[in-house]
Design a protein around this ligand. Structure first.
Ligand code: COI
Length: 419
């Protein structure tokens, strides 16, 4: 594998300075000198990762916690210049290990250190970390697209940053600033540029994590937090690809309850749906649609995405009221649909309306816009259209993805160019 030194040895620093601090380096923070020292090794080599993550804590440097909004994205490591050997036509939604991940730390009550890019690999974490014991963690999802003219586009990254801030508040965690989040995403994507699929073949899925990485035994917020970003090239989320998916309505288990955490992207929300999802998949369904836990009559969301119901020229979707994730694709589709002359209503939507709809589709970063072919409720199956993708779903999907991939003018101002 050919490599070329792309990043300058001088750190690219956004924000204030940093100080040396050797306390509590439980997870990842390491001195940039390590990166220089081992840059002769290929990224992802076992030896480099070993050196990087297994040095005694006393030998490591932790960037201080007094640097609000500071991002240190220095990487004297060589960035591979070649492309990757992947069959882009068969790529689905599974993890592909890439070259680098980003990491930054923060003490409870402090602000995040300048982050750094380190080789992608396992992380070291204390068994009593808040995230492992009490689920104190959030994640985000966004995508980078390679364009025909050689650019790279992000889609509304500041929206993910804002959502992480809101989730962090609910989960008693400090959050990186909006600017640090966006700069970190950009740096991580650029460092893994060769993993971005060719235009039209998929995208680079970006997964920011915010976790309580500090040790805590009694129930309390962790004393230390890690903001980490890794990426993976992806294709379609559902095995159906762009074909309509088949959902079953869950009537016993619920995804969220009023006053709970359903409205933030905390990790526990996703663990909680695995049982119903697994049972549904075993019966041949693509996924599960959840109902509200009080009346068991209003639509909430699908395990990994929001839901929309089309009747005539009206598109309805459950309103954001604390139990539904405020999806960024959801929000974007609402704007795109209104721009195209549809009447969009955010309100309580009943199961009866769903079963009587002309068309149904789901939205999410991973699923994009996914048409629904059938819904099964209490043993009764309702189908939509005649196996093909509904016209409204098709139109909204094309408009959104053309914009995300840079194929049409971004009059909404949603895309961010990286080059
Ligand atoms: C996303 O769509 O980005 C999500 O975070 C959902 C996840 C379950 C894949």
């Amino acid at each position: 594998m050919e490599t070329s030194a792309v990043f300058s040895n001088a750190a690219t620093t956004i924000g204030g300075g940093f100080h040396r601090d050797t306390t509590n380096v439980g997870l990842l923070s390491r001195s940039p000198y390590l990166k220089t020292r081992f840059s002769f090794l290929p990224p992802n080599s076992k030896l480099q990762n070993h050196l990087r993550f297994n040095l005694p804590i006393a030998n490591t440097t932790n960037y201080g916690t007094n640097n609000a909004q500071a991002v240190r994205v220095d990487s004297p490591l060589s960035v591979p210049s070649d492309t990757v050997d992947i069959d882009w036509d068969t790529i689905g939604f599974g993890l592909v290990n890439t070259d680098y991940m980003y990491t930054s730390k923060c003490a409870l009550g402090g602000s995040f250190s300048k982050g750094e890019l380190v080789p992608f690999g396992n992380i070291e974490i204390n068994p009593s970390a808040g995230v492992l014991n009490y689920g104190q963690g959030l994640f985000e999802g966004l995508k980078a697209y390679r364009t025909e003219d050689g650019n790279i586009l992000l889609f509304r990254p500041e929206e993910n940053a804002t959502r992480m801030t809101m989730g962090a508040e609910r989960m008693c965690m400090p959050a990186p600033s909006i600017d640090q989040f966006v700069q970190a995403v950009k740096a991580t994507v650029l460092a893994n540029e060769r993993w971005i699929p060719p235009p039209g073949k998929g995208s680079l899925y970006i997964r920011p994590l915010l976790i309580g990485s500090g040790s805590v035994l009694g129930l309390a917020p962790a004393p230390e937090y890690t903001f980490l970003i890794y990426v993976s090239p992806v294709g379609n989320y559902f095995k159906e690809g762009l074909s309509p998916i088949n959902l079953i309505i869950e009537t016993e288990m619920h995804r969220a309850t009023p006053g709970g955490t359903g409205g933030v992207k905390t990790i526990g929300n996703y663990a909680a749906v695995l049982k119903a999802q697994g049972a549904a998949k075993a019966r041949g369904y693509s996924d599960v649609l959840y109902l509200d836990s009080v009346h068991k009559n209003y639509l909430e969301e699908v395990s990994s995405c929001n839901i929309f119901v089309v009747k005539g020229n009206t598109i309805s979707t459950p309103d954001i009221k604390g139990t539904i994730l405020p999806g960024i694709t959801r929000k974007s589709i609402i704007d795109v649909a209104r721009d195209q002359g549809f009447q969009v209503e955010e309100r309580a939507v009943t199961v009866d309306e769903l079963l009587d709809a002309d068309e149904v589709f789901c939205t999410g970063t991973a699923v994009v816009v996914s048409p629904v072919g059938s819904i099964t409720y209490l043993g009764k199956r309702v189908t939509y259209g005649s196996d093909g993708v509904g016209l409204v779903s098709q139109k909204l999907y094309s408009t959104l993805t053309s914009l995300q991939m840079g194929l049409t003018d971004d009059k909404m101002g949603w895309t961010v160019k990286l080059k």
